[in-house]
Design a protein around this ligand. Structure first.
Ligand code: NAP
Length: 311
């Protein structure tokens, strides 16, 4: 069965917990989300599992928000090793976890579950995956960069901002259409930075409105722009940053990976900036999740190749 093409339902998972249904018995890992059909994780994870000689396989399961508790219960009953969580489950799952690793607690979100007897351990590999992705594609550490995050109030944006605070970034500029959400993320990021004895006199976390003048002023003191908003997935999406503001000394990371070349990345390349799409973040968060489940080193090159054939 092609586990990249097939999307299973909650009924399928319930049937599997009862010992039957269409989900093959070797499937003991899955991503739960809604919508989840677009996820490339099965392709990447199954290539890795195969390369490691593991018999376990990974599937994607459509799970509406109100059924998360049932889904986790059925997955455990079916003998799953763990799960990935994507939109919209990364926050609600906190209530179900019996324990959290430090990153999940500090970011306030979980994307990976490990089942171990009665324990349901929650982890967050999005933040650390983002750090590894930047090192991979730009050869830079997040902790050394002055970062502007577009869409900082969303799930991916807040994870990037809070990870930036954990890494003690010298400067975090948070931009969000709904400014109040960025302010709440800024409050949490400042609290994480506050413990840093090296904090300078200037406020290291700034919230600005999504307006050209404010963006222009801050971009003069920015090394890396991160698009964590959902804009860029459609060709007709408006620009968040006017092309004229982009310069050759910037790095631009777009968390969107479909399409591989977004308008933001096109504009940035035309300005001479270094650019990367979100495929590297998908890769590294997935590799870290696999290492949690298997306690083995993930075969990054195999996973990268599998993603490149799908993207
Ligand atoms: P989310 O929680 O729904 O957040 C969406 C963000 O986009 C919010 O900040 C939202 O602003 C903003 N936004 C939406 N429409 C907008 C518009 N018309 N104008 C301005 N801002 C707008 O979603 P998410 O989970 O964070 O995902 C965001 C993006 O990151 C998606 O494209 C997703 O595919 C990508 N992502 C990639 C990876 C990866 O591994 N590469 C991982 C996670 C997510 P408001 O707060 O004002 O609504």
């Amino acid at each position: 069965m092609d586990l990249q093409q097939n999307t299973f339902t909650l009924e399928d998972l319930c049937a599997r917990a009862g010992g039957g249904g269409p989900i093959p018995p070797e499937v003991r890992l899955a991503v739960l989300g809604s919508p989840v059909e677009h996820s490339l994780s099965p392709s990447m994870q199954n290539a890795a599992l195969e390369a490691l000689g593991e018999t376990t396989r990974y599937a994607k399961i459509e799970c509406p928000p109100e059924s998360l508790g049932d889904a986790v219960g059925w997955a455990r009953k079916a003998g799953f090793l763990g799960l990935n969580l994507t939109i919209p489950h990364k926050f609600e799952i906190l209530k179900i976890c019996t324990e959290l690793d430090d990153t999940a607690r500090q970011l306030g979100a979980v994307n990976t579950l490990l089942f171990d007897g009665s324990r349901i351990a929650g982890f967050n590999t999005d933040g650390p995956g983002f750090v590894r992705a930047l090192r991979d594609v730009f050869s830079f550490d997040l902790r050394d960069l002055r970062v502007m995050i577009l869409g900082a109030g969303g799930g991916a944006g807040s994870a990037a901002a809070l990870q930036g605070a954990l890494e003690k970034c010298p400067r975090l500029v948070l931009v969000n259409r709904t400014e109040g959400k960025a302010r709440e993320v800024a409050r949490r990021a400042s609290a994480l930075l506050h413990s840093d004895r090296l904090e300078g006199p200037e406020d290291r976390v700034t919230v600005i409105p999504l307006e050209e003048a404010a963006l222009a002023e801050q971009l003069a003191r920015t090394d890396l722009i991160v698009n964590a908003s959902s804009l860029g997935m459609k060709r007709t999406d408006p620009r968040l940053v006017p092309a004229a503001l982009l310069t050759a000394d910037l790095m631009v990371y777009d968390m969107v990976y479909r399409p591989a070349m977004t308008r933001l990345l096109e504009d940035a390349q035309a300005a001479g900036a270094r650019t990367a799409n979100g495929l590297s973040m998908l890769l590294h968060q997935g590799a870290l999740s696999l290492e949690i489940w298997l306690n083995r080193t993930a075969p990054l090159d195999v996973m990268r190749a599998a993603l490149n054939t799908q993207a």
